[in-house]
Design a protein around this ligand. Structure first.
Ligand SMILES: [Zn+2]
Length: 306
């Protein structure tokens, strides 16, 4: 007897991750390939991955019933378009239509961080958390506003936590503003600010390690990142008062080195606001792809039961 499954694809700035996702939300036969340049070529690559994964599914007596695709940037899920994705060089790309043209499966289309937030809510650290915030701190900083079991999209513009100004007149941000959280606390910003002070280019993970070892420049850069996060999260807490904040993305692998000071300084900073639980994400790099799978299951009219 065969069971149904979906195919999930997470398009990132450097790689495209894809997998078969079964009805319990498990990823099967995951693959990762470099992201081609240009939306048409990305859509071609997605079609090739879907063929490959459909074969992998059939070999396990699974039948794909839907396809979920997520991308970064300003994503309008309702229109199926990527309004802007800086690291892909895309503007006003009708991504859902490009994928549908190449697929016989019904297509769900979404935003990588909102999908990651959904995956953490259903399968990871957000389980049972009710309304909460998922924040991904990686090359950039973005959030998923989780309300009523779904990620609020705001026509593609919601969740841009990375562009809350935390240092007025601070560093220039890729968005055209100054002093945004993303220009202070993203992995890219941490690496750049350390290089400016110490004259040595190292990755954010190395800055974190040097901060632990007591390197003064690293401590200052790391502290500024935590302070920026506290400011941005405090603003969010004033408006939406989530009980839980799930912290994911590459920088969250620093674990308690990030979350410990974040919790301590957040509770010092807050006055009348509800103090949230701050917990690490559980799904890591797989969150976006699993979220694409959950969106596909919803398109097929089914909910995943882990
Ligand atoms: Zn910005």
């Amino acid at each position: 007897m065969t069971s149904d499954c979906v195919i999930a694809v997470d398009v990132g700035g450097t790689s495209v991750k894809a997998a078969v996702v079964d009805e319990r939300g498990a990823a099967i036969a995951p693959v990762s390939v470099p992201t081609p340049r240009g939306a048409e070529r990305v859509a071609d690559e997605i079609a090739a991955l879907v063929d490959e994964l459909a074969d992998a599914a059939h070999a396990r007596e699974l039948t794909p019933v839907a396809l979920g695709v997520v991308t970064p940037g300003l994503v309008d899920e309702d229109e199926g378009t990527v309004l802007l994705a800086g690291n892909l060089g895309w503007q006003d790309v009708p991504m859902r239509a490009l994928v549908e043209k190449r697929s016989t499966l019904p297509v769900a289309f979404g935003h990588d961080v909102r999908a990651g937030g959904l995956a953490e809510a259903v399968l990871g650290a957000g389980r049972g958390a009710g309304d909460h915030l998922f924040v991904a701190i990686g090359t950039g900083v973005a959030g998923a506003v989780m309300l009523g079991g779904t990620a609020y999209g705001g026509g593609g513009y919601a969740g841009e936590l990375g562009h809350i100004v935390v240092e007025p007149d601070g560093h220039a941000c890729a968005c055209g503003g100054r002093g945004c959280l993303e220009a202070v606390a993203s992995a890219r910003a941490i690496a750049r600010r350390y290089a400016e002070r110490a004259g040595e280019p190292v990755a954010a993970a190395e800055v974190a390690a040097r901060a632990v070892a007591g390197d003064g420049h690293a401590v200052a850069v790391w502290d500024a990142a935590v302070a920026g996060l506290v400011e941005a999260l405090a603003a969010y807490l004033c408006v939406l008062a989530p009980e839980t904040i799930v912290v994911g993305g590459g920088l969250a692998t620093a674990g308690e080195q990030l979350l410990g000071p974040l919790r301590a300084r957040l509770s010092e900073r807050l006055t009348i606001q509800r103090v949230p639980r701050v917990v690490p994400a559980e799904l890591g790099e797989r969150a976006g792809c699993l979220g694409a799978g959950l969106l596909a299951w919803r398109t097929a009219g089914r909910e995943v039961r882990p």
